[in-house]
Ligand binder design. Structure first.
Ligand code: FAD
Ligand code: DHB
Length: 388
């Protein structure tokens, strides 16, 4: 089959790219290894920057997000037995929305299908071909049949473990990476939110985060050993740990409830450059990963495909390739700022087992500085809302 843009992966990056291209009259085919039900049920991110909300709204897929997402004008930093509010809106004029990633996925899949988009789920044996030519291609299997797509461009939106990045020629590539010695244990809980705003807590026992999903569901995370297993954590043990890390003597308590989902994620910072080889591009987690502390991953994926869709649009309207050839440089500016911010938030809020007594004191002093200085608090808020 032939198309203009072959897109590998139906995460936020792949689906939104396909939709943005459709709105500009460019056709694409999206192939995805998992089922529709699976991608629509996988629990991941929750925080959308204002810029992400704007892009989704402009693309006509923001209606449910605006109706059901929760607008947050600030969040809290908790450490040393006290909570300090970061007034995002007061400091930057911008806010964030808590709306689950799998709901964004549902909205995008529905929009693509309503527009007659070509989405192929449960494909296998995906491989790239002719990537050094003007007609790169992708081959895959589906339902026992083998298919080939011939395209003008191929875009790998297939996440960190996908096939596209390893298919890019090694020469001239440079990867940057940091793997953190801890992970996050995430749970979903049937209960009213413990707090109206998110709470990012530093504690000697490890970081903890209070987030929400809806008026009846909470999302909570706590730092853990990345090699640990969910079966080692009974509900009682989880609640005990969350109470210890999050509460002090001001009377506020974490609301308990039925835990109906548990998972552990590892944490890394990673950037792979360049994000283009001829007519093959990488977008989102396929090209870069951030630790989740700054809530940036999905926002970066969406920002990448906005830039790429403008380059592809310009190519199809004018034949010019300048925007496309500037994609890596344009995208990486934002990516590196988010890498920096995510590393900073992670370093400031987690317990590092091998930190010296001096390093622990300096880490605490950094948090004291952030909450004491309007300038530092503003810098944090600007990065969090993505005000650049
Ligand atoms: P993905 O969502 O990974 O999508 C890639 C898709 O490609 C998948 O559906 C996969 O099945 C498919 N695929 C893989 N290989 C192939 C193949 N060979 N062929 C075809 N398809 C393939 N980000 C935020 O912005 N805010 C947050 O609050 C936040 N919190 C997070 C919390 C957690 C617990 C986790 C795990 C992540 C969080 N993130 C957050 C990060 C965010 O979820 C990711 O950055 C985002 O999903 C990246 O989107 P993507 O489309 O690039 O990749
Ligand atoms: C959520 C995830 C994050 O990584 C974060 O920093 C804040 C909130 C969430 O899933 O709600």
């Amino acid at each position: 089959m032939k198309t203009q843009v072959a897109i590998i992966g139906a995460g936020p990056a792949g689906l939104l790219l396909s939709h943005l291209l459709h709105l500009r009259g460019v056709e694409s085919v999206v192939i995805e290894t998992r089922s529709r039900a699976d991608i629509e049920a996988t629990i991941r991110a929750g925080v959308l920057e204002q810029g992400t909300m704007d892009i989704l709204s402009e693309a006509g897929v923001g209606e449910r997000m605006r109706a059901e997402g929760a607008l947050h004008h600030g969040f809290e930093l908790a450490f040393g037995g006290q909570r300090h509010r970061v007034d995002l809106h007061g400091l930057t004029g911008k806010s964030i929305t808590v709306y689950p990633q799998h709901e964004v996925i549902k909205d995008l899949v529905a929009a693509r299908l309503a527009a007659g988009g070509d989405l192929r789920f449960e494909v296998g044996a995906v491989s790239l071909k002719d990537i050094d030519t003007g007609k790169p291609g992708v081959s895959f299997t589906q339902g026992g049949e083998r298919y080939a797509i011939e395209a003008d461009f191929v875009v790998g939106c297939d996440g960190f473990h996908g096939v596209t990045r390893p298919s890019m020629p090694g020469e001239g590539r440079q990867d940057f990476q940091r793997v953190y010695p801890f992970g996050w244990f995430g749970i979903l809980v049937e209960s009213a939110p413990s707090s109206e705003e998110l709470i990012y807590a530093r504690h000697e026992r490890g970081f903890a985060l209070v987030s929400t999903r809806s008026p009846t569901v909470q999302r909570l995370y706590f730092q853990c050993d990345p090699a640990d297993h969910v079966d080692n954590w009974s509900d009682d043990r989880i609640w005990n740990e969350l109470h210890l890390r999050l509460e002090n003597n001001d009377g506020w308590k974490v609301n308990e409830g039925k835990i109906f989902q548990k998972g552990i994620i590892g944490m890394r910072s990673f950037v792979s450059t360049p994000m283009q080889h001829g007519r093959l591009f990488l977008a989102g987690d396929a090209a870069h990963i951030v630790p989740p502390t700054g809530a940036k991953g999905m926002n970066l994926a969406i920002s990448d495909v906005r830039i790429l869709s403008e380059g592809l649009d310009s190519f199809y309207r004018t034949g010019g390739e300048a925007l496309l050839n500037g994609y890596t440089e344009t995208a990486l500016k934002r990516v590196w700022r988010a890498e920096y911010f995510s590393w900073w938030m992670t370093s400031m809020l987690h317990t590092f087992q091998d930190a010296s007594a001096f390093e622990r004191q300096v880490q605490r002093a950094e948090l004291d500085n952030v909450v004491a200085s309007r300038a530092m608090m503003t810098a944090l808020a600007e990065n969090y809302v993505g005000a650049f």
